[in-house]
Design a protein around this ligand. Structure first.
Ligand SMILES: [Zn+2]
Length: 423
C-alpha cells in the first residue's frame, strides 16, 4: 500500500516537473550592423555607425507575454571630443530589464542601465589593478554609466515562433548617469533590423579574437606566437564547458604580424603599454604574443588591459609553455591552485589564455577586490596562479552566467559541454 502511495507521489512529481520543464520560453536575438546613430559630446553631436547585439527572452503567460531584455551592446569607432578622439566606444547592458508586450505599441518599452567605456578614458585616467596577492594581471578601466530608454516594435500581431525571423524597429537613447571624464553626454540610435526566433535555448555568443605576433610574417623562423595554437585550443576547451548554461565560443582571426623585433622581450609595463597602441581591431580582443615578459613574477606572464570592455587587449608570451628552470618566481605559488607543487617548469600554463580571456569577458579573480568586474568562482579558471603553476582547468556555472563584453555577437555552435562546478 505504502509502495503504491510512493509510486503515485513519484509519478505526480515527474508530471509536475515535466509541466514546468515545458514552460514556453522563446528567444529573439539579433546582431546590429551598420546602425546609424548620434553621439553627443562636449563638442556637439556627431554621426557614427554602431555594431552590437540585442537579445530578448519571450515568455507567454496567462497575464500576457513578458519580454525580458537580456543582452544589449553598442560599439562604435568613436567620435571627437574637446580632449581628443574617444577611440573605440562601447556600451553594455548592466542587468536584465523586463517589460510586458504592449499590443498598442506592438512591442515593449525598457529602461536599461548601461556601462559606457571609451579608450580615451584609459589614456587620460590610466587603469586600476586588482591588487591580488602575488599576481596583478587584470588592468581595470574606469567606466561611466548611462541610463535611458529602449523601445522595441515588432510586426503586427505577435506570433511566437520556433525559428525564422521578424523585422523589428528599435529606438535607443541614453544619457550619461555617472561620469569619469564626462565627455560623452548622450548616445541615440534608431534602426530597423532582423531578429531571429529560437525556442528554449538562445543562440551562441561569439567573441572575436585577433592574435598579433612579432615578426615579418608566418615564414619568419624567429617570429613569436609559437604557443598560440596550444593556448587557444585549451581556451576553447575550457569555455566550451559553459554550453549548458550560456553558450560561448571564440572566432579567431588570422594572425597579424608586427615587424618590430624590440617588442619580442618586454622588460617593463611601459613597453607593454606601447605595444598595445600598435594594433587596434575594433570588433576583436587583440592578443599580443611576445617571446618573454621579464616582469612575469608580478603578472603571471600575461595581462588583460581594459578588462570587460570593447577596448580589452591581452599581452602574453610564448614562455607560458617554456617556464625556465630555475622558475623565476619560486616564492609565490598559492594554495588555491591545485595541484600546485612549489615550482613547475616547462610546459606549464596551458590554461593561461583561458584565464586572460575570462578577464576580457569581465570576470574578476574569485577573492580580493573586483572593481567593476563580475564575480567568479573560487578554484575555477579565474583563480590566479602565478607564472610557475597553471590556472585550474575548472569551469563554473557562475563564470558562465556572469561573463560579458560589448564585442560579443550572436552566432551558431554546438553547445554540449557542462561546467565542472554547478555554481
Ligand atoms: Zn588574473
Amino acid at each position: 500500500m505504502a509502495r503504491i502511495t510512493w509510486m503515485a507521489l513519484f509519478v505526480g512529481v515527474v508530471l509536475a516537473v515535466g509541466a514546468l520543464g515545458q514552460q514556453e520560453v522563446y528567444y529573439l536575438t539579433g546582431n546590429l550592423r551598420e546602425a546609424r546613430g548620434v553621439i553627443t559630446t562636449d563638442k556637439g553631436a556627431e554621426e557614427t555607425v554602431f555594431f552590437g547585439r540585442v537579445g530578448f527572452k519571450v515568455i507567454p503567460s496567462q497575464k500576457g507575454t513578458q519580454l525580458g531584455l537580456i543582452e544589449l551592446s553598442l560599439v562604435s569607432k568613436g567620435v571627437g571630443t574637446s580632449s581628443g578622439h574617444t577611440g573605440t566606444l562601447g556600451l553594455n547592458l548592466i542587468d536584465d530589464d523586463i517589460a510586458w508586450y504592449d499590443a498598442r505599441l506592438r512591442g515593449g518599452s525598457f529602461a536599461p542601465r548601461m556601462v559606457l567605456h571609451y579608450a580615451l578614458i584609459d589614456q587620460l585616467q590610466g587603469f586600476q589593478t586588482l591588487g591580488t596577492q602575488g599576481e596583478d594581471d587584470a588592468f581595470l578601466p574606469f567606466t561611466e554609466g548611462m541610463a535611458g530608454k529602449l523601445t522595441l516594435r515588432l510586426p503586427e500581431g505577435l506570433q511566437l515562433r520556433d525559428k525564422g525571423s521578424s523585422t523589428a524597429e528599435m529606438e535607443l537613447a541614453f544619457d550619461l548617469s555617472s561620469s569619469v571624464l564626462g565627455l560623452v553626454k548622450r548616445v541615440a540610435v534608431s534602426l530597423r533590423f532582423s531578429l531571429e526566433w529560437t525556442r528554449l535555448v538562445s543562440p551562441t555568443l561569439v567573441l572575436k579574437v585577433q592574435p598579433v605576433f612579432i615578426g615579418s610574417g608566418p615564414l619568419d623562423p624567429a617570429r613569436t606566437g609559437t604557443a598560440w595554437d596550444t593556448l587557444m585550443s585549451y581556451a576553447r576547451v575550457l569555455w566550451a564547458r559553459c554550453g549548458s548554461v550560456r553558450c560561448i565560443t571564440f572566432s579567431v582571426n588570422p594572425p597579424l604580424y608586427l615587424n618590430k623585433p624590440a617588442y619580442k622581450v618586454l622588460e617593463t609595463l611601459d613597453e607593454a603599454s606601447a605595444l598595445l597602441g600598435e594594433v587596434e581591431v575594433v570588433d576583436a580582443v587583440e592578443v599580443f604574443v611576445v617571446s618573454r615578459m621579464d616582469y612575469v613574477c608580478r603578472t603571471g606572464g600575461g595581462s588583460c588591459y581594459s578588462a570587460g570592455t570593447a577596448s580589452a587587449k591581452i599581452v602574453t608570451c610564448d614562455q607560458q609553455l617554456a617556464v625556465p628552470n630555475p622558475c623565476p618566481c619560486p616564492d609565490y605559488c598559492p594554495s588555491t591552485c591545485p595541484p600546485c607543487p612549489p615550482c613547475q617548469t616547462g610546459r606549464v600554463n596551458l590554461y593561461h589564455l583561458a584565464h586572460e580571456l575570462g578577464h576580457a569577458l569581465n570576470l574578476a579573480h574569485p577573492s580580493g577586490p573586483s572593481g567593476s568586474l563580475a564575480a567568479s568562482t573560487p578554484r575555477s579558471i579565474m583563480e590566479p596562479s602565478g607564472f610557475c603553476c597553471d590556472n585550474p582547468a575548472v569551469q563554473s556555472a557562475k563564470n558562465c552566467r556572469n561573463f560579458s563584453n560589448p564585442l560579443l555577437h550572436w552566432g551558431y555552435a554546438v553547445c554540449s559541454g557542462s561546467p565542472d562546478i554547478r555554481d
